[in-house]
Design a protein around this ligand. Sequence first.
Ligand SMILES: C[S@@+](CC[C@H](N)C(=O)[O-])C[C@H]1O[C@@H](n2cnc3c(N)ncnc32)[C@H](O)[C@@H]1O
Length: 199
Amino acid sequence: MFWTVQIALLICILMLFYLLSWFWPPDSPWAPWWTTNKEVARVMCRLVKMKKGDVMYDLGSGEGDALIVAAKEFGATGVGIEIDPLRVWQSNFKIKQSKLQDKILIIKKNFFQVDLSNATVVFAYLVPKALKNLKNKFLTELKPGARVVCYRYTIDYLPLIAEDKEQKIYIYEIPKKSNKKIVVSSKGKQKRVNKKRDL
Ligand SMILES: C[S@@+](CC[C@H](N)C(=O)[O-])C[C@H]1O[C@@H](n2cnc3c(N)ncnc32)[C@H](O)[C@@H]1O
């Protein structure tokens, strides 16, 4: 009897956390359990022109479905960064089932602490606050020409190059090289200054 009550209580608590996860902002430990369905992931891959050779980073990779579609159907390699151990476990399970272990790596970490410079495509299904906080990271770490895909929420600090309004998919690009460079101050302000010329 004692154990039945304990187990029932535990199940109730877990269910409560699951429900809470739908309402909490995704940069909290109880991030929403919202996922990108495979059909949306396909539209996103087509719109961003995902191809073999692309390295897709999914910031907050959840259950890994978007990475699986990009690797399996479009030939990309993927890196998922996920803070929630349960979702890391779930995504690794799905990746193993799809036999994509050699194409997708899931890192259990806070994505603010992971270097993004190898990415050619970054996927971010995150709330506006998290997207805003990623500004410096995108501007300083991503290579010119790298694309940033936002789902549902937009950003205003990168040029928009494609969108699917119906599906709410927005593609941005890190500006190509110019004789100017972007310098980000400690307060997060952006300034374009002339690059020094090599002698
Ligand atoms: C809205 S879900 C998107 C999941 C997945 N990208 C998809 O589209 O199916 C956001 C995910 O970001 C994760 N997350 C939020 N903040 C994070 C952080 N700072 N570092 C790593 N993961 C984070 C959450 O745990 C959650 O799984």
